[in-house]
Design a protein around this ligand. Structure first.
Ligand code: LFR
Length: 488
């Protein structure tokens, strides 16, 4: 029995086959592809047709190789969505959360709903990118597609719809929207009416493990493949990745490290306090009825943009060499708040970094290695500060940190993180999101009995690396200077 995980990240996507052999989970990469936003007119969008084509390629390759694929699950980044017209067609490519349409939208939102009330209902970190604010900006611009829309499907829902013809909203991805009530786990109609956003476009909610449907006949014919059941998984990539860290123990925090760094703790119930709101923590849906209290931190995005910029300028250095240069660069020259709005989607990331340093009276890094070191050290400090907030708001006494995802491969950052936080760090597996996705499918088909068994299987199946803190004293007096003119 084999499972297919389709995992779409903001920078790349992959289709991975999983199967259980002698109590251990085996993975096989079957298809990988790049992902990137594109600009059409003034709008930043995702190329859904291309992404769906790549998913189909993955399904075709997998079904040609194996005849025993029983299930498929899709996970993606959060908050973004496609609108479906009355004729069942996608009205336009989904807009990317980094698009400028939501710049300044929070002022408009809070004229309509009280910030603390919104947080108490949803428990969602208030970020301009959230679905609720994207929809509000469309409404304020009298957006034709919003007026025409019959259904809203979040990114994973959209793939599931094109695979099966079934329109559902999955809970974990819905929990990134700022439209979901954290206690009832259903749409909060008062938020819709306060913002003037139509609740009628939302679909029936499904939870991880629910069967959505089967690959449609048309698709099976097109791909010359046999039918496969499509399941709702932790379809928010963060939920799937965090699922892999359940077994790490009650005193271990997790960090899902990719384009974003999602750092948090597993809880049974949401923390909807003012202090959680002020700490900018979010309560997102996890699998198996848990809550992920976490912070969205800008992660590898800055590094990805800087590398892309050096490549465009013909000054590309491979990541390995860059990390070596960073390791040799002078420590602690400057720190940036990676979550400053100026880094969301700047024309030049290096330019934005320089601006931040100038604004905060710090020396501007000169070399590529210097830039990389400063980004990584700043991230490590952000992790340290976030752990304090998580401890305060959850009451958990955090003793270790489990890093999963692509960023777990960054040894220099892992070392900085152990040193800055003073915690033991466990790093890996890299493909946590696909693993979490597959585990939910295997629980749905009853090949795995429950999440405890799933956690033990993860422990047996994947190697991890350990880092122990040293030099904490060097980090203790370091702080990230805040810009005093953040509106620019
Ligand atoms: C990570 C992630 C975060 C979400 C961000 C934007 O990939 O899903 O959880 O806040 O992307 O959607």
């Amino acid at each position: 029995m084999r499972y297919l995980a389709a995992d779409f990240g903001a920078g790349s996507g992959r289709v991975i086959i999983g199967h259980i052999e002698n109590g251990s989970l085996q993975l096989e990469d079957i298809h990988r592809f790049a992902n990137k936003q594109y600009t059409s007119g003034n709008t930043l969008r995702w190329d859904f047709t291309y992404l769906f084509k790549e998913l189909k390629k993955g399904i075709k390759k997998a079904t040609q190789k194996y005849s025993d694929i029983v299930a498929l699950g899709v996970d993606t980044w959060g908050v973004d969505f496609g609108l479906i017209g009355r004729d069942g067609k996608l009205l336009a490519d989904p807009v990317c959360y980094r698009d400028k349409r939501t710049a300044g939208i929070l002022d408009e939102a809070f004229k309509r709903i009280d910030k603390a009330d919104l947080y108490a209902r949803t428990g969602t970190q208030i970020m301009e990118i959230n679905t609720a604010f994207q929809l509000l900006s469309m409404k304020l611009n009298n957006d034709a597609h919003l007026n025409e829309a019959a259904h809203l499907l979040f990114m994973p829902d959209l793939f599931n719809y094109f695979l099966t013809g079934v329109k559902k909203n999955e809970y974990t991805i819905a929990s990134t929207s700022s439209l979901l009530n954290a206690q009832t786990k259903s749409w909060d109609h008062e938020i819709f009416s306060a913002l003037g956003v139509p609740a009628a476009i939302m679909c029936e909610m499904v939870f991880p493990g629910a069967k959505i449907g089967r690959l449609s006949d048309v698709l099976c014919k097109e791909l010359d493949c046999y039918p496969i059941d499509v399941y709702a998984v932790g379809s928010h990539d963060t939920a799937s990745a965090a699922a892999v860290t359940y077994g790490s123990g009650n005193r271990t925090a997790y960090l899902s490290s990719g384009t974003w760094s999602l750092m948090g703790v597993h809880l049974d119930a949401p923390v909807l306090t003012r202090s959680a709101m002020e700490s900018e923590l979010t309560n997102e849906g996890g699998i198996a009825d848990t809550i992920l209290l976490l912070k969205n931190i800008t992660g590898m995005w800055m590094l990805q943009c800087a590398i892309e910029e050096w490549r465009r300028d013909g000054a590309e250095t491979g990541i390995k060499a860059l990390l070596q240069q960073a390791a040799a660069a002078t420590p602690f020259t400057a720190f940036i708040d990676t979550d400053d709005k100026m880094f969301l989607n700047p024309e030049s990331m290096c330019g934005a970094i320089q601006q931040y340093c100038t604004d905060t009276h710090q020396p501007v890094p000169q070399s590529q290695g210097g830039h990389v070191r400063m980004i990584l050290e700043s991230l490590a400090l952000k992790y340290r500060d976030t752990l304090h907030l998580l401890t305060q708001c959850s009451g958990k006494d955090i003793a270790a940190l489990h890093i999963v995802g692509g960023g777990a491969q960054n040894k220099l950052l892992n070392r900085f993180t152990a040193d800055a936080t003073g915690l033991a760090v466990v790093a890996g597996p890299v493909e946590a999101t696909a693993i979490g996705n597959i585990l939910v499918q295997a629980m749905a088909t009853k090949e795995i009995s429950d999440s405890n068994t799933a956690s033990k299987m993860v422990g047996r199946s994947f190697k991890v690396q350990k880092y122990f803190p040293g030099n904490k004293h060097l980090w203790d007096n370091k702080n990230i200077p805040v810009r005093t003119n953040p509106e620019q």
